[in-house]
Design a protein around this ligand. Structure first.
Ligand code: GTP
Ligand code: MG
Length: 347
């Protein structure tokens, strides 16, 4: 079995449904070889996966694949920030919910501890309003790490070398998913500075946080799923430009709220330039594959569809929409989200 490194990244401004895509990929059998998911960056993003009982798991620190594949190894990368309170909460609810994780979780000693001071610093700076930041202290923690004042995870519980664990998995012909956060358009150098996040958001950036090189010898295949949605969103507030900004009402869709502050998210129109830029920044096809989520919002007739479908067998409107997306983006669509818990494969 060839080893396979997969990166799941966002192609817009976050909340594209990366959790659902990572969960779908983690359900695929990999020839009985070991599999692991690596969570990178900080708990400013919630990735939602839905387990086999239909329970949603919005996770901010533990990989979103944890509740869907009981044998998946769970790694938290050197380039991640950990809020111990969030971690404790997730460990407790997952254990209680019938998804034990203690025996398969490893946290790299190099990970940064997200101390409360960083959250206070960001709140004091009102970055929250000023920059559309999620105000979770990640930027302040990264600034402290660069100044060498931040604390690292060290020998706290679950401590272990996650880079070595990932390499062992690859050496055995295994499969690794790197679960990226946020989206290309929020990247530190992607053009919207200062209304952006505190890192870039391409697969190469997340690989670096995970301590892996896509070209290293023990990786036989490298695939990037750039996850996009028909109507991109931005967080509420002064969060930066949004092409063809519209309203949930005008789209006939239920209002989406930000996870923490519960304010309505801003919603935009399809932005071909943004998606094309995201595909190019991630290296382009064929390494880049598109995963289009929330297609059930636009085409209710495919809600709940799963399994493999030939493109020519899809309803004409869906087929045409997919072709338009592919031509705008310069990459092919492989996965289509048809509901919070369902993904169909287009072949
Ligand atoms: P960030 O890292 O925070 O940017 O988020 P994300 O990309 O991981 O998105 P998240 O997993 O939080 O997904 C956003 C919401 O959309 C969640 O409530 C998902 O359950 C839901 N969702 C994902 N895919 C689909 C889909 O295809 N259809 C519908 N209707 N909902 C979906
Ligand atoms: Mg989210």
């Amino acid at each position: 079995m060839p080893s396979h490194l997969i990166a799941v990244v966002g192609g817009q401004y976050g909340s594209e449904g990366k959790g659902a895509i990572a969960a779908h990929l983690a359900r695929q059998y990999h020839g009985g070889r070991p599999t692991a998911t690596i969570r990178v960056a900080g708990p400013n993003a919630g990735h939602t996966s839905i387990d086999d009982n239909g329970t949603p798991w919005p996770l901010r620190t533990i990989p979103a694949t944890a509740p869907v594949n009981p044998t998946e190894r769970l790694l938290i990368a050197p380039g991640s920030e950990i809020d111990p309170t969030v971690l404790d909460h997730e460990l407790t609810i997952l254990e209680r919910g019938g998804h034990p994780v203690n025996h398969r979780l490893t946290i790299d000693p190099q990970a940064t501890i997200l101390d409360p001071i960083y959250i206070e610093e960001e709140t004091a700076l009102t970055m929250h309003e000023r920059l559309g930041s999620t105000g979770k202290g990640i930027g302040a923690a990264r600034a402290a790490r660069i100044m060498r004042t931040a604390r690292t995870w060290g020998d706290r519980p679950f401590s272990g070398d996650t880079v070595a664990a990932a390499n062992d998995t690859l050496d055995m012909g295994g499969r690794i998913i790197i679960e990226g956060t946020q989206g290309y358009g929020l990247g530190l150098h992607a053009g919207h500075y200062p209304q952006c996040t505190s890192s870039d958001c391409r697969a190469i950036d997340f690989c670096a946080m995970a301590g892996l090189n896509p070209w290293q010898a023990n990786i036989d295949r490298f695939t990037i799923y750039v996850t996009i949605r028909p109507n991109p969103i931005r967080v509420a507030g002064n969060s930066g430009p949004l092409h063809g900004e519209t309203t949930w009402d005008a789209l006939g869709l239920p209002v989406e709220l930000t996870t923490v502050t519960k304010k309505p998210r801003r919603v935009g129109s399809w932005d071909a330039d943004l998606v094309r830029a995201a595909v190019q920044a991630n290296g382009g096809a064929p390494t880049v594959r598109l995963a289009v989520t929330m297609m059930d919002h636009v085409h209710p007739e495919i809600a709940g569809w799963a399994g493999e479908h030939k493109i020519e067998d899809l309803p004409i409107k869906v087929r045409t929409h997919i072709w338009d997306i592919e031509s705008d983006a310069g990459a092919n669509v492989y996965l289509v989200g048809t509901g919070p818990a369902t993904v169909m494969e287009v072949i």
